[in-house]
Design a protein around this ligand. Structure first.
Ligand SMILES: [Zn+2]
Ligand SMILES: [Zn+2]
Length: 58
């Protein structure tokens, strides 16, 4: 199956079900964070800088 659901590294749930406090793993910003492939959250700036994709960009 090609489709892969990203899950939170902390609670092991998909982004929609994750109730963890969300902030960027790299810069600690709470704004615009999304779950990425490695199960960690990143803000839009860091995603762009590191070329990470969110679930719906895959
Ligand atoms: Zn979580
Ligand atoms: Zn960031």
């Amino acid at each position: 199956m090609a489709y892969k659901v990203f899950s939170c590294a902390i609670c092991d749930k998909p982004e929609v079900d994750c109730k963890c406090d969300r902030y960027c793993t790299l810069c600690q910003s709470p704004f615009g964070v999304r779950l990425c492939e490695d199960g960690l959250f990143y803000c839009s700036d860091c995603r762009e800088a590191c070329d990470y994709s969110t679930q719906d960009q895959v």
